[in-house]
Design a binder for this molecule. Structure first.
Ligand SMILES: Cc1ncc(C[n+]2csc(CCOP(=O)(O)OP(=O)(O)O)c2C)c(N)n1
Ligand code: SF4
Length: 245
């Protein structure tokens, strides 16, 4: 990340909780847009969940979508404004629960958009209920005794599924250290480049802390990511230029 955030992120308002990863992930996106010369072309489509808070703190073009409908909305925007950079930005609840069919069909059609999925293993905005990515045994407000994979299945790992699809790009980053933030920024830059070169569907999932709903301090949230979350969700690039790595 750069020392100074892009001007349009600096209006002084932010509603994210202390230690939330959304602000960092958004910043990597917005820095890329500026550095790659697409600041004026960027349209970010956000879900009604925690990512909607960007609309109050960042002075650039947004479209707000209904929960889980970020992808069809973004695809509509992209198909009608082909010269714009259209980024679909949503949480793991939106992308893999209510919006799972859209994630699958957008990938099957290799739609020419850049997709960011923030994987914080819970439904953040609505109070920390279980998401498809919730870890085995993880306590959430809807699984107070911990997720039981015999009842609700294993944590959903998008890389295992999309690796068999004909898409342009698939990567998973994290924001638990400066080194991982730099890699995440590069993955998002790759997704942007693919779209502007018309290569098709790029999905970048990013592991992100939600200290509020994990009921831990921001520092302990980072520790939990290092010690546990990264062992479940492997990081790196999985598909590049349409080739499985
Ligand atoms: C159709 C519909 N269903 C449910 C909701 C309630 N709702 C809003 S955000 C959300 C889940 C948020 O979790 P996620 O998508 O993972 O994003 P996060 O807030 O964790 O970043 C839910 C269930 C809604 N607004 N609309
Ligand atoms: S509830 Fe979680 S995801 Fe939402 S702003 Fe707070 S820390 Fe971030």
């Amino acid at each position: 990340m750069n020392l100074k955030a892009p001007e349009f992120m600096m209006n002084g308002k932010t509603s994210f909780c202390p230690g939330c990863g959304h602000g960092i992930i958004g910043r990597t996106l917005f820095e890329n847009a500026v550095e790659m010369g697409y600041e004026e072309k960027l349209i970010t489509v956000v879900d009604v969940a925690c990512c909607s808070l960007f609309m109050y703190s960042t002075d650039c073009d947004f479209v707000g979508a209904a929960h889980g409908r970020v992808l069809p909305t973004a695809i509509g925007v992209k198909r009608s404004r082909k010269d714009n950079l259209v980024v679909a930005y949503h949480g793991d609840g939106a992308a893999y629960s209510i919006g799972m069919a859209h994630t699958m069909w957008s990938a099957i059609r290799n739609e020419n958009i850049t997709v960011i999925v923030v994987n914080n293993q819970v439904f953040g905005m609505t109070g920390g209920q279980m998401a498809p990515t919730t870890l085995n045994g993880q306590k959430t407000t809807s699984t107070p005794l911990g997720r039981d994979i015999n009842l609700s299945g294993s944590p959903f790992d998008v890389t295992k599924v999309l690796k068999s699809f004909d898409i342009a790009y698939l990567a998973r980053g994290s924001v638990d250290s400066p080194a991982e933030i730099s890699k995440t920024k590069k993955y998002i830059a790759n997704g942007i480049k693919n779209q502007m070169e018309g290569k098709g569907f790029s999905l970048i999932e990013v592991l992100s802390p939600c200290p509020t709903n994990w009921n831990v301090t921001p520092l302990d949230a980072i520790k939990h990511m290092n010690e546990t979350v990264k062992n479940v969700f492997a990081l790196g690039e999985f598909i590049k230029d349409g080739v499985v790595l």
